[in-house]
Design a protein around this ligand. Structure first.
Ligand SMILES: Nc1nc2c(c(=O)[nH]1)N(C=O)[C@@H](CNc1ccc(C(=O)N[C@@H](CCC(=O)O)C(=O)O)cc1)CN2
Ligand SMILES: Nc1ncnc2c1ncn2[C@@H]1O[C@H](COP(=O)(O)OP(=O)(O)OP(=O)(O)O)[C@@H](O)[C@H]1O
Length: 189
């Protein structure tokens, strides 16, 4: 299947989930994450969920990061340059939803991408090789390129892997792991 068709199909699939499905599946994903060998690091990048697009609710993961005394890093997106800036999330970080409904830090301590150890990535879909599809603006492809080579890239998905995304291009950066409510996928690329 091609990216464009996959985006349409998976936006629809996700939109059909109820609020209860989302809470339950998001909690299962957070619990499954505890089984990954990723908890000896310091800086964890996390996305803040766009509620009306029914993304994985990352609040459970934020609780885990808090409980483990990890540094949580969140981004501010620039829809002109398609770039993101990253800030430490603390109790004192003021958040405000941008025009796309993404909660963002208003200001804070900036963290360079090279400092980030683990990145939890929002997905619409992924395949058995660990290729991923987002909303199609390339924000994460640009961001992941700036991160250090040994950063750990963890996709979060409500649905299981597709066989193959056929139109992968040179800019696409794959996942190391993907976690669904029922399964952990490990990729070696
Ligand atoms: N929570 C979260 N934050 C994120 C991402 C994400 O996927 N999820 N991004 C990952 O790249 C970046 C933002 N990328 C985005 C790219 C496109 C659209 C978008 O197309 N939105 C809707 C329009 C708004 C609406 O429907 O209300 C759309 O066109 O359908 C949104 C965010 C950075 N931050
Ligand atoms: N590092 C980059 N530099 C320039 N253009 C890029 C880069 N990465 C991706 N792009 C371009 O951005 C566009 C969107 O990429 P793609 O379809 O892979 O988005 P996506 O991975 O679904 O979205 P996202 O990364 O926002 O989740 C493509 O035209 C791609 O070529």
């Amino acid at each position: 299947m091609k990216k464009k068709d996959i985006r349409i199909a998976y936006r629809k699939k996700r939109n059909e989930l109820s609020e209860e499905d989302i809470e339950e599946k998001s909690l299962s994903i957070a619990n499954k994450l505890l089984e990954l060998p990723i908890w000896n690091y310091s800086f964890y990048h996390i996305f803040l969920s766009i509620k009306h697009l029914k993304e994985v609710n990352t609040e459970f993961i934020l609780h885990i990061l808090n409980g483990k005394d990890k540094n949580a890093v969140v981004s501010k997106s620039d829809f002109k340059s398609l770039g993101m800036q990253h800030y430490l999330l603390t109790d004192a970080t003021p958040l405000k939803a941008n025009s796309w409904g993404i909660p963002e830090p208003m200001f804070g301590i900036e963290i360079p991408p090279q400092e980030i150890d683990v990145i939890f990535i929002p997905l619409l879909a992924f395949d058995k090789k660990g290729e991923r599809i987002g909303y199609g603006k390339g924000f994460y492809d640009r961001f992941l390129k700036e991160c250090k080579g040994n950063s750990v890239k963890v996709g979060l998905s409500f649905f299981e892997a597709l066989d193959k995304i056929s139109d992968i291009d040179v800019n696409d950066i794959g996942l190391d792991y993907c976690v669904t409510p029922d399964k952990i996928y490990t990729f070696n690329q």
